[in-house]
Design a protein. Structure first.
Lengths: 266, 266, 266
C-alpha cells in the first residue's frame, strides 16, 4: 500500500539531511533554499562553471530550473546535468516555460538526454516538453492530442524520469504507475514560484536514492501539497501563505500528514 | 469625477489578469512577481536576449527596472523597450538610482526615446531623469531648479509618459493633469523594493490600455498606497508589513479602498 | 565594560543611517537589504564594473559576499574591495563556502590582501579561510589543527580584520580580545542566509568607523543574535522567524537588548 510508504520517506529526508545543489532561477532562489531547509535538507546554490563538478561531488542530488536563463546559466545547466549523469547522481528538471520560446526548447532538448531522475512541471510544460522529446523521434503529431497524463507517460518512456504534473490534482507518473494527489489550495497559484519550490523539495527526495523511485517522488509531491493546504487554511492571503508554508513544511507531523492526504494510486 | 474611475480599473486588472514581462533587478524579482500576482496579473521574468521578442509577443505589457545592472541586462532592457515600442505595447520604466552614476544615466538616455507609457520613481530619480532628458535638449539649467512636479511635467512633455512620483504624497502627472494620493505609511520606506513593486503593479494597469491613461496610472498608484497603508496599520514592523501588503493587495475590497483613499486631482 | 558600549553603537547606526554598498549573492539580496533597512541603515546593491567606484564613493561601507559567483561578479568583488582599500572605506567580507572549491579559494586569496575591516563566517569557513591565508605564508599544517578561535586569531594577525565566527555561541576576535555572544536560536539555521544578513548588518557597524572596532563588530553580532533569539521565541517555524526577525531588528529596545544579552569578554 503506497500510502504507508510516504511518511517514512519524509522522515528519511529529515534524518539524512541531503545536500542538494540548485541551479535555478533568480525569482525563487531564496524560497527554494528555504523550502529545502524546511523539509530538512541542505541547499547549495552555485552555478560558476569551474566549480560545478566539485560542488556536485559533495551533493547527493541536483536541481535544474530554467526559469530565468541567459547563455552562462544555460551552459551551467548543461554542464551540471552532464556531470550528474556521469556521476550517477539523481537530478530533477523543472522545465519552466517549456514551449514558450525556441531558446527554452533548445536548452531542454539538450538537457533531456542527460536523463533526469524526476521532471516536474505544470500540464502545459509537460505537454510541451513531451512534444519536444517526441519531435526528436518524429512523432510530434501523436503528442499534440494527448492529455498531460499521456505526455507524462511518453516523457517517462523517452527519458526514464518519474514525471510530476502539478495542478488542482497533482500527478506522479512512472510508466503504468500513476499517483493522484488531490491536496493543495487554489491560493498556492497566487504565490510566485511554489512550483519551483516543489521541484526543489523533489531534489531532496531524489537524493534518497530510494529503491522505489515512484514512491519517493510521490512523497515529495504529497508533502508539499499537504503542507500547502495546511498553510492555506487560515492564511489571510498570498503573503501569509508563503510564511505559513515554510512553517508547515518544517513542523508537519505524521498525524497531520496522514489525516489530510488524499492519494489515489492506479 | 476621477475617484469613481479607479475601482473599476482595479477590477479590470483582476478580471483580465494581464501577462506582464519584467526585466527587473535581482533584489526585488520575487516581490514584484508576487505583487503582480496579488493584484490579479501574471508575471513573466525573462531577460535572455534571444527570447525577449517571443516573450513580449505573448505579454500585454513590459516593466523595465534598472536597479541591478550589468552590460547583458542593460542590453536586454534596450532590446525589450525597442520591441515594446515597435509592437505598440505599453511599457513602464523604473529609473532606479537615476543620477547616481554615468552608467545608469547613459542607459536611461537610451531607453527614454522608446517612449515609456509610465515612468515611476522617487522625487530625486524623477528630477535626475528629467535633467538627463532635458540635457539632450540643451535645457539642463532650467530643470535644476524645478520641483519634482515640474520635472515630471517636463518628462511627460519630452516622452509622452505618465509620470508617477512616489513619496509621502504620491503624484501622478500627465501634462496639466495632476493627481495627489496621500495614502501609504512611513513604514513602507523600511522595506526594500516597495517602489519597485509599485512599478510592477503599474505594469498591470498599463496593460489595460485604458482610454484614460492618466486614470489607469492613478488607479495603480492608489491601489498600492492604500494597500500599503492598510498593511502598515497593525504591522509589528517591516517584516510583517511585507506579508500583510501582499495579503492586502490581494483581498482589498471596494469599501476598504474607497474608505481610505485620499485623492486630490488638480 | 564592553557591555555598556554596545547599545550606543546600535543607536549610532539608527541615527547615522549609513549607506552600505552590497556585492552579494542572489539568494539573499532581498533579505540583506531588508536587514540593513531594519537596523536603520540604507542598502545599495550595485555590481556593474563601471559604476562601482561612483557607488562606493557615496557609501560609508562595502559588503562583499561570495555566495553565488561567476567571473563577472568575482571581478566586481575584486574591483570593489580594491577601491574600498584605496579610499580607506571599511569593508566586510563573507567567505561563503570557503574551502569548498578552488574557484572560491582563489577569489578569497585575491580579496584578503585588500584588508577587510571585518570577516564573518561560520567555523568551517573561518578555518578554511585561515588555511588559505596561512598557505600563502607556508604554514598550512599548523592551521589544520587549530580551533576556530585560533584560526580567527591567525586571520586577524594576517589581515588586520576583526573576525566574527557564527555558531551556537558567536565569537568576535581581534588579536587577544575575544567576545562570546551566547544569544540566538537553533531555528536560525533553518532559514537561508541569516549569516549573510548578519554580515550585511556588520557593514552598517563597520560604517560607523568607531574608535573601538572590536566593540562595533560585537555590537552588530549581538544585535543580530539577540533579535534572532527574540524572533525565534514565539515563531511557528522558519517562515515566521524571517518575518519576526526583521520586525525585531527594527523595533528592539535597549531594555529588551540588555535584558537578553549574554556577553562574555576575555
Amino acid at each position: 500500500m503506497m500510502q504507508e510508504q510516504l511518511w517514512p520517506l519524509i522522515q528519511a529526508v529529515r534524518a539524512q539531511a541531503p545536500l542538494v545543489q540548485n541551479i535555478t532561477n533568480f525569482v525563487v532562489m531564496n524560497n527554494t533554499a528555504n523550502a529545502l531547509l524546511a523539509v530538512g535538507a541542505s541547499p547549495i546554490m552555485a552555478h560558476a562553471h569551474p566549480e560545478i563538478p566539485q560542488m556536485l561531488a559533495i551533493c547527493q542530488a541536483l536541481v535544474v530550473n530554467i526559469g530565468t536563463l541567459d547563455d552562462y546559466w544555460a551552459e551551467a545547466m548543461r554542464l551540471a546535468a552532464a556531470e550528474a549523469q556521469r556521476l550517477g547522481k539523481p537530478w530533477v528538471l523543472d522545465p519552466v516555460g517549456a514551449g514558450a520560446t525556441p531558446y527554452r526548447n533548445e536548452l531542454l532538448t539538450q538537457l533531456l538526454p542527460h536523463r533526469p531522475t524526476i521532471i516536474r512541471g505544470n500540464a502545459s510544460e509537460i505537454l510541451a516538453l513531451a512534444g519536444l522529446s517526441a519531435t526528436t523521434k518524429g512523432v510530434d503529431s501523436t503528442v499534440a492530442s494527448t492529455e498531460a497524463l499521456g505526455a507524462a507517460r511518453a516523457l517517462h518512456a523517452q527519458t526514464g524520469a518519474t514525471v510530476c504534473v502539478s495542478g488542482a490534482v497533482d500527478l506522479v507518473v512512472r510508466g503504468t504507475q500513476v499517483a493522484y494527489v488531490a491536496n493543495g489550495s487554489p491560493l498556492m497559484t497566487k504565490v510566485t514560484g511554489l512550483g519551483c519550490s516543489a521541484t526543489a523539495v523533489l531534489g531532496a527526495f531524489a537524493a534518497l536514492n530510494a529503491p522505489d523511485a515512484f514512491a519517493a517522488a510521490a512523497a515529495g509531491v504529497a508533502l508539499f501539497s499537504v503542507a500547502g493546504e495546511l498553510a492555506a487554511a487560515g492564511a489571510a492571503g498570498p503573503g501569509s501563505l508563503q510564511v505559513r508554508l515554510l512553517d508547515a513544511l518544517s513542523s508537519l507531523t505524521e498525524a497531520e500528514f496522514m489525516g489530510r492526504l488524499q492519494l489515489t494510486v492506479s
